[in-house]
Ligand binder design. Structure first.
Ligand SMILES: [Zn+2]
Ligand SMILES: [Zn+2]
Length: 273
């Protein structure tokens, strides 16, 4: 029995003799089936092909973990170290022994929480290895491909975790899309981890919001307004989105508000000059 992994989105499926008939995550209009058709791999095959994980400390207490060479969407997890224990935000497809040992050395994982289904990847493997619960928003329940007793669905708009950390549901990209607010991050000025819920633009003073990133489908103004109004009360200096280098270094809260306003104006036909 193999735990098959979709090569295009990186999602791991339950053990099976043969690969699943298709990947619902990639068949959804927010994603796409790879240009050579549906392809599957396994963690053993990935290791044999030379895939491995790298660790990068972004700032004290915040370590990025990502796979090289780039795999699937290029998912990168973030390990937040707090006095009460570590939280893993977002996830990756490859958990090999070296990665597990390095996470162990960094203090293990107390809880896992994930921005949205494109980052569910091999979350159950990590939860089992570190005996940690996975907190997912219930509105995205249908996108869990490998069910597990470790998954705890939450509802509403806020989930409190260790060290005053709050997971906030903003919706948009997915109904249950969330961000993580870490008030003690970035030297106590506050940090926001966003996955694809808020995406850092090429000009890293700006962010954006999409229903589909690969297929370039925007969100309606109502969704952007909801994101803007929900995040406005939170204080944060820096923002980390989906990849290693997608970071708004400073004034990130203002960047989100100003980008939401620009987006709504553009939808109304008023383009930035
Ligand atoms: Zn897929
Ligand atoms: Zn996504």
């Amino acid at each position: 029995m193999e735990k098959w992994i979709c090569q295009t989105c990186g999602t791991q499926f339950p053990p099976g003799q043969t690969p699943p008939g298709g990947c619902p995550i990639c068949l959804d209009p927010r994603q796409y089936v790879g240009h050579n058709g549906q392809q599957w791999t396994t963690q053993a095959q990935m290791q044999a092909e030379g895939f491995h994980n790298i660790f990068k400390e972004h700032e004290p207490g915040l370590i990025g973990i990502g796979t090289e060479p780039k795999f699937a969407i290029g998912q990168r997890a973030l390990l937040i170290q707090t006095p009460g224990g570590n939280i893993l935000w977002d996830c990756i497809s490859l958990l090999d022994e070296q990665t597990a040992e390095e996470i162990e050395r960094l203090g293990g994982i107390q809880a896992i929480t994930i921005s949205h289904p494109h980052y569910y990847t091999s979350m159950v493997d990590l939860a089992e290895r570190f005996d940690a619960p996975i907190y997912l928003h219930e509105l995205d329940r249908q996108w869990v491909m490998r069910p597990s007793e470790r998954i705890q669905f939450w509802s509403g708009d806020q989930l409190k975790l260790l060290d005053d950390i709050t997971v906030v549901r903003l919706g948009g990209h997915f109904p249950g899309s969330t961000v993580l607010h870490w008030p003690n991050g970035t030297g106590g000025r506050g940090t926001l981890l966003t996955g694809d819920t808020i995406s850092v633009a090429a000009d890293r003073r700006w962010v954006s919001f999409m229903y589909s990133y690969p297929n370039l489908i925007p969100l309606p103004a109502s969704a952007i307004r909801h994101i803007r109004d929900t995040i406005e009360p939170y204080s944060f200096e820096r923002l980390y989105s989906a990849w290693f280098d997608t970071i708004v270094e400073s004034n990130a809260r203002q960047a989100v508000i100003r980008s939401a306003d620009r987006y709504i104006l553009a939808l109304e036909g008023i383009l930035p000059a």
